[in-house]
Design a protein around this ligand. Sequence first.
Ligand code: UDP
Length: 469
Amino acid sequence: MEKPHVAFLPSPGMGHITPLFEFAKRLVIHHGFHVSFFVITTGASAAQNELFRPENLPADFTAVEIPPVENISSFFTDDMKILTQLCIMVRESLKHLPSLLMEKRPKALIIDLFCTDAFEICVKLSIPVYSFFTASTILMAFSLYLPTLDREVEGEFVDLPEPIQTPGCTLICPHDIPDPVKDRKNDEYKWYLLNVSRLPLAAGIFVNSWDDFETVSLKALRENLFFQNIPIPPVYTIGPLIKQDEVVTEKDAEILAWLDDQPPDSVLFVVFGSGGTLTSEQLTELAWGLEMSQQRFILVARKPSDACAATFFNVGSDENDPLLYLPEGFVRKTEGRGLVVPSWAPQTSILKHRSIGAFLSHCGWNSTLESVIHGVPIIAWPLYAEQRMNATFLAEETGVALKFSKDPGEELVDRNEIEKNVRIVMEGEKGKAMRRRAKELKESAKIALNSGRSSYESLCSIVQIWKSQ
Ligand code: UDP
């Protein structure tokens, strides 16, 4: 019998690609599907190229490269925000989508938040489109509510005197709202609003979360508390879906071998997602803060930049020599205790290692899930996008993270505060409590994915729908 065939289409960026990739793999490996996975080409992304090497893909998983947009940089201006660039890249790339879909004829197309041009294309081809919301459920609830806020609120949301109430959900501090909605005059706000206002067109929405993790916002969505005038598609909670079977290169194996020699829970892992970068001054403070804390660490170092997501489109391609930009004497002084890795490290293999004691993270949603599922507490260092919301949720609702008193995305965090927070989490009582809480959440995540439990059954229900079509 022919295998059921569905297609996936993520927007560029490892944080978008990874969850859709894992979902697709699960359908192939556990549910007997054939998958076509459309890949938007962004130029020099070594991490992306590694992921789609044919020898790394299971049988029945076909990666389909969408032809690169000619002269894409001519669409961009110097002051254009990343989200605007990303949406333009998607818009131009999707000009190839109709012919690809006509050739492949999948039963359904699963897109992420920024590929919503696919709705119009697929209506004409009678292909149902599902959305995989790859960030938190609270952000999804806020996003579904945004068109209403857009109609009802005057001025900037970020200037509102009171926290924002997405009905049924916890209050959101205006300072924490995602970057794209902070300046309503900027094009990136228009792109964000356009994409989220199309969410109700989906045949279903998948969220990368589970019932015991985002209890409040999932309940609000399920009980349809606030969308009386907006038809919400069925919501499938299928998480946590995190990177499995990470490809480990020879260089990566050296990092893991170094970790093997360290005591349990003794190493702090420091990385800012696929795109995160620090200013030169901030990187210097971070380096000396780590040194002063006297803790073991792995630091993924990237060339400093005044933009906070400078490597977003070329992740893992930035071959650089950290000695050229880390403060003089830092590498020598921390030798043996600290490991500096340029550009990119095998994050999930590191987080799962017994020697890891904490994660200093930008709190992207994938990094959040990867940390929690491995029972690792977090020192939150949000930089861009919706990371401030994630950091607040982790610190205030789940108890697995510690925030800085300043906003690291906007103000310089000095070495003393970094040393203090690192010591609190690595050796203090508060750190122990956070680690215990992280282990509890790890268990609840595992349970959710077990046969008969919420995320597993949610995935099975959609599998049945696609198989019966
Ligand atoms: N990642 C990695 N090695 C690195 C940096 C990032 O493997 O050195 C992976 C990480 O495991 C995660 C993804 O890149 O799966 C980053 O996604 P996230 O949503 O956390 O942040 P984003 O990159 O979208 O800001």
